[in-house]
Design a protein around this ligand. Sequence first.
Ligand code: CO
Ligand code: CO
Length: 351
Amino acid sequence: MTDTTDPKPRLTQMVSCAGCAAKLSPAALSAAVKGLFAGVPSDPNVLVGFGMLDDAGVYKLSEELALVQTTDFFPPVVDDPYLFGEIAAANALSDVYAMGGTPLTALNIVCFPSTQPTSILSDILRGGLAKCREAGVALLGGHTVDDPEIKFGLAVTGTVHPKQVWSNAGALAGDSLVLTKPIGIGTITTAAKSGLAPADVLDAAIETMRTLNKGARDAGASVGVHACTDVTGFSLMGHLTQMLRASGVSARVDSSRVPLLPGALELARAGVGPGGTARNRAHFGGAVGLPEGLDPALADLLFDPQTSGGLLFAVAGEKQSALLSALTAARLAPAVVGEVLELGKDAITVV
Ligand code: CO
Ligand code: CO
């Protein structure tokens, strides 16, 4: 039971499911939207729309300008309300960056129990506003619902040049796959919920989640990339699979080069993990070839749902070092996790 007079209630104890792991399973989602748009006439100005499994929608306003629109909100992934606000906002803004866009405006989306002190809500909103300011985004308003479980996020509008959209569909055989943040967030935040994550391990995960993907977008834009997605609830394997399918190619991922948050592998080996891992594996695992002898904990982390994860770029081989330099200059720690191949039997071959 949550004591409403407690000045420091633990946000993650008030909800059943945290962060992007609270997404509906990919299987349930695809079943629900199956056939939804059959027979609806297509709008030629929709450059990226429903059914394309991309990060955000893109709508052409003119030959020079397109809108980028997205929304994302979820239950607390950390106990501190201000940090939760920062993380949820960074995560929502990320889907505009993942399209190569510049976010301009945002609206708060809030579910909050009227039984809880409003100071908690103020702190969440202050955290969200701080990230909007850091991103140069104007917060215009929002909407609240009295709901037993706290949820927070943003609806974000941005712009992009119609010819410079980073869809999932541009990856080419020979491209390098570059990831801008380490993975393991779902495992660490699940461990933290039960008090199993050491403080320094949780702090590193929080620092990763609250980092905007703006620097990564700017670096990618300065170099030029073929495709981009952000790695969130569907895991590295899930989001990469979506990119590869949209592009009609396959990929090889070098498991030893996938960057892991400190402590994630140890927690996964101890059997800690969010339910989303199994759901992701059930939905995407059939298209992923895992090598014999791969550490089962590492295999789990490849399907671990991320909250506010990094950008995953497909970049031409000859531009790889320029991209890595630009990302490093933006104080990120990028990693080359694999290579795009011609379409093969599996979407992803892990080595
Ligand atoms: Co996304
Ligand atoms: Co999203």
